[in-house]
Design a binder for this molecule. Sequence first.
Ligand SMILES: NC(=O)c1ccc[n+]([C@@H]2O[C@H](COP(=O)([O-])OP(=O)(O)OC[C@H]3O[C@@H](n4cnc5c(N)ncnc54)[C@H](OP(=O)(O)O)[C@@H]3O)[C@@H](O)[C@H]2O)c1
Length: 257
Amino acid sequence: MGATMTQAPRKALITGASSGLGAEFALQMASRCDQIIVTGRHQTALDELAEKLRQRGLECSVVVADLATTIGMARLVETIRQQGPLDYLINHGCCSSDGHYLAQHPASQHAMVSLHINATMQLTLAALGGMTARGRGRIINVSSLAAFLPAASLAVYSGTAAFLNNFSEALQREVKSHGVKIQCLCPGYTAKELQNTGYLADVEASRIPDEYGITAPELVQQSLAALHRDDSPVVFIAGEVNRILARKALQKQLDRS
Ligand SMILES: NC(=O)c1ccc[n+]([C@@H]2O[C@H](COP(=O)([O-])OP(=O)(O)OC[C@H]3O[C@@H](n4cnc5c(N)ncnc54)[C@H](OP(=O)(O)O)[C@@H]3O)[C@@H](O)[C@H]2O)c1
């Protein structure tokens, strides 16, 4: 890419970039940025990604940090202070849970809250200073369809996802007039995973056409396209099946209330 003499370099910071959707975001952001900071806990995977980005002409730096720790958070907030202002922040550092709340070690549940909630809040705050001062910036908070599906074994996970949705919606109202756009991306199920949910018990997975199963590159491509559209919603659910699931789950909650 490379910025011109008159244009400030476009910068992005992506957490959870060592794998999955975070790595995919970094690769697809290459055409929109001049400089990308990738972070996570696994140096080797981050170094490999950084090399791929450099081969595409970008400046890329790796910051190894555990976002569930105070020291890891401080390192990243300082990175934003030194290398900002950012044009993009993608909060993707996340983990999932498996098992009933009472059977989990409290420390792992607290680490999930730190990672999903505290890290998102602190990094967003650190990035918003420069974004609001310049009157531009875009933030994606990766949440989950679980925000709408408070199922057993997902108590803390779905709770933190619901926080991310509401935090993003409310914050967007506060920062819209400062030129900042926020998206809360809710990745969901692929068609093959549907048989495990009770929410569409009347729909057999085998009857769901393959095109409803969304891949990571498609998800990221749709997320970035929506982020750059003025009329796109804050809470963004990609894939028709996932939207149906969310709608049904919300309706069930309302019907019970
Ligand atoms: N992929 C899907 O289809 C899907 C569906 C529903 C929901 N989601 C949501 O999207 C999230 C990401 O999905 P994914 O498939 O991309 O998962 P993933 O490949 O496991 O990516 C999670 C990323 O978070 C980072 N991370 C985890 N703990 C961290 C910590 N303590 N500090 C810093 N970074 C940390 C990991 O990097 P390090 O290990 O290097 O730290 C990794 O890069 C899921 O957790 C879920 O919330 C995804």
